[in-house]
Design a protein around this ligand. Structure first.
Ligand SMILES: [Zn+2]
Length: 288
């Protein structure tokens, strides 16, 4: 048994089992990479790193039939998925081009349908869309995840929201992204909320809804101060999108895996025409 992760085990018989031996060794760079660690390409003469590093990957090795070529970004995910199903039923998409599974509905327990396809988000990268729909109780939900390898670097997106138009920008927030809005002293750590493909306004609304549902301070009179600070935060978040006097504010998405994205107002124009939006990469800290 040769296990670079060190997670394997053979039981010894008695206290001095001469037929069983165990040797610990340093993992090679290749083994670390196979285990999913991001190993820096240092000029390390101690290892035989003669092979050139693989070219950076921005998409995934997805089969062509998964790619949704005529995705309409001005429409919701639900509308796009419905259109794909109609095309499939009318024979415009071959059965082998559609990918879906039967999945138990978490709400009513009967069989629902999970569709999966890949879309190429302009200015970003290829993403996987997973859309669930229960024909019995009508529950729908969807999830969008950036496809491909975890980025080598972390990326921080900073959007200066100066105009109600900015609230309509596309946003993909992955579950590895932290969200900050310094003007209202708001910060949400990575992993707090799942991924969402929405708009700036939609993201802020989802965060406010999530906070409201998860309110940890209900029913405890000793936590009145915490409760009022908490409800104040929810109010502040909602006001950002409904009260123009809250503009401008800053939305920061800090993603350790570089799987998040804020869209340009006009993707066809050069980046310099969009001074309100910046993104910077930085080295990942270990462990992210
Ligand atoms: Zn159901």
């Amino acid at each position: 048994l040769d296990d670079p992760a060190g997670n394997s085990f053979i039981e010894s018989i008695g206290t001095s089992d001469t037929r069983l031996s165990k040797t610990l060794y340093e993992r090679t760079r290749e083994q670390l990479q196979e285990m999913g660690y991001n190993v820096p390409q240092a000029n390390d003469t101690h290892t035989a790193a003669t092979a050139a590093p693989p070219p950076p990957k921005h998409g995934a090795d997805l089969p062509d039939h998964l790619r949704a070529a005529n995705w309409d970004f001005s429409k919701s995910i639900e509308d796009n998925i419905d259109k794909r199903r109609e095309e499939e039923e009318s024979g415009n998409i071959g059965r082998d081009e559609a990918l879906f599974f039967e999945v138990d509905c978490h709400h009513c327990g009967t069989k629902g349908r999970q569709d999966m396809c890949a879309i190429d988000i302009p200015g970003f990268r290829e993403c996987l869309v997973m859309a669930f729909n229960c024909p019995h109780c009508g529950v729908r939900n969807n999830e969008v995840k950036a496809a491909g390898a975890i980025g080598d670097k972390a990326r921080r997106w900073t959007l200066r929201v100066t105009d109600p138009e900015d609230l309509n920008r596309d946003v993909l927030k992955s579950d590895s992204a932290a969200v900050r809005i310094p003007e209202i002293d708001f910060e949400m750590q990575q992993g707090t909320q799942g991924s969402a493909f929405t708009t700036v306004e939609g993201l802020i609304g989802k965060i406010a809804d999530h906070l409201q549902e998860s309110n940890p301070f209900t029913g405890d009179s000793s936590a009145q101060n915490e409760l009022s600070a908490f409800t104040q935060t929810i109010d502040d978040l909602r006001k950002l999108c409904s009260d123009p006097s809250c503009l401008p504010f800053t939305l920061v998405l800090d993603d350790a895996a570089d799987h998040s994205f804020i869209g340009r107002r006009h993707p066809e124009r050069p980046q310099e025409d969009d001074p309100g939006l910046t993104s910077e990469v930085r080295e990942q800290s270990m462990g992210c």
